[in-house]
Design a protein around this ligand. Structure first.
Ligand SMILES: C[S@@+](CC[C@H](N)C(=O)[O-])C[C@H]1O[C@@H](n2cnc3c(N)ncnc32)[C@H](O)[C@@H]1O
Length: 203
């Protein structure tokens, strides 16, 4: 079986008990990069599988196919854990891996262990909250926006302010030693790290 394991937002003590159990008991553990490798380290040895950040879907499909091929044999014989930042079903490499695996290796079973997503956990570090609709709606007025991959925080905040948002927080590398939280659009840097979020709200 291939198990997508959520590793939480960036600190090794923010993994769930189940995630730790699965990492410890799996025959093999893989991760897509260094940050995930560090999060897994207290619990298991992980091998890094290369998932380059490309926009060319043809090339990407080839990479996903190659990685699926690499994992399929092991996942048919035993349990293979694939550790991912945050939750494995929210903006995650695991979604693509699962899709390609199903297509080429339909006998490989897959499951996921949920993780604490950056989409919710940023709130505890930035002192913010979401209690009205954003993308998941309860029918109330839309008052919050969250942008992932906030490499251009100033630009994103400008766009969102044109949509009526008034308050902004930029949160970078949360829960890590290099964490950086900036409040107020006027203090936003022009460039952000890949692991960053812009949170916007309006009254
Ligand atoms: C490919 S998505 C992965 C999302 C992940 N599956 C989740 O549930 O959080 C990568 C984006 O998640 C956000 N992210 C993940 N961890 C973060 C952290 N520790 N600090 C700030 N943003 C983070 C960033 O916006 C980053 O560009």
């Amino acid at each position: 079986m291939l198990i997508g394991v959520g590793l939480g937002p960036g600190s090794p003590d923010l993994l769930t008990l189940r995630a730790v159990e699965v990492l410890k008991s799996s025959d093999k553990v893989y991760v897509p990069g260094r940050m995930a490798e560090e999060l897994v380290k207290p619990y298991a040895h992980a091998e890094i599988l290369d998932f380059p950040m490309l926009t060319d879907y043809d090339v990407l499909n080839e990479v996903w196919k190659k990685n699926a091929e690499l994992l399929a044999d092991e996942a048919l014989k035993g349990n293979v854990a694939f550790g991912l930042i945050g939750d494995p079903n929210f903006f995650s490499t695991f979604t693509h891996l699962k899709r390609v695996m199903k297509k080429y290796y339909p006998d490989v079973e897959t499951m996921t262990v949920p993780g604490i997503s950056s989409i919710t956990s940023f709130a505890s570090r930035t002192g913010s909250e979401v209690d009205s609709s954003f993308e998941v709606s309860d029918g109330s007025e839309k008052k919050y926006a969250i942008r992932l991959k906030a490499r251009s925080p100033q630009e994103i905040a400008k766009e969102l302010s044109e949509e009526g948002y008034t308050d902004f927080i930029f949160a970078e590398r949360l829960f890590s030693e290099n964490e950086n939280i900036i409040k107020g659009i006027e203090n936003f840097p022009e460039k952000g790290n890949y692991f960053s979020i812009v949170y916007a709200s309006k009254k």
